[in-house]
Design a protein around this ligand. Structure first.
Ligand SMILES: [Zn+2]
Length: 154
């Protein structure tokens, strides 16, 4: 509990602001890879990425070779909740999918690739439907032509 007279002290006020800032650090802004504008979350679900095999598990989880070996020997396929695909909206370029990685509190993003989709929860689908990949290719080709258009305009 913060007392009023503590809030009147500039030092305390600053501490209070910092604490407030820390609470809001989950609000990360993403920017368009084509035009650098601020992106808006489209409200799509997050599609998490699976890692299978020693190299991928090592890379995906930052594990030692020994631990990665252990997981592989357990025939382990891991869902990495720190890596996911999510749809965003750019005012200029429309909808696009980003591959997002969380390391502690830092988020980094890049455009999702078809390979990412093959590893996402969306493609590991009980009905084995392959529709997602072609849907994604369509998106990719749309995205590429938009990027080309933008380059031509620039
Ligand atoms: Zn854009």
């Amino acid at each position: 509990m913060i007392l009023i007279n503590q809030l009147c002290d500039p030092k305390q006020r600053k501490l209070h602001r910092m604490a407030h800032k820390r609470l809001n650090k989950n609000k990360h802004h993403f920017f368009c890879p084509y035009c650098q504008r601020r992106l808006w979350r489209s409200g799509s679900p997050k599609y998490y990425i699976y890692y299978a095999g020693k190299t991928e598990i090592k890379k995906g989880f930052g594990l030692s070779a020994k631990n990665a070996n252990f997981l592989v020997n357990q025939s382990y396929t891991q869902l990495n909740i720190n890596v996911w695909l999510e749809e965003f909206f750019c005012e200029q370029d429309g909808r696009l999918w980003l591959h997002i990685t969380r390391k502690e509190t830092e988020l980094s993003s890049r455009l999702a690739t078809a390979e990412d989709w093959l590893r996402s929860t969306k493609t590991i689908n009980p009905d084995g439907s392959n529709g997602t990949v072609s849907e994604f290719s369509n998106r990719i080709s749309r995205g590429c032509s938009l990027a080309l258009l933008n380059r031509m305009r620039a």
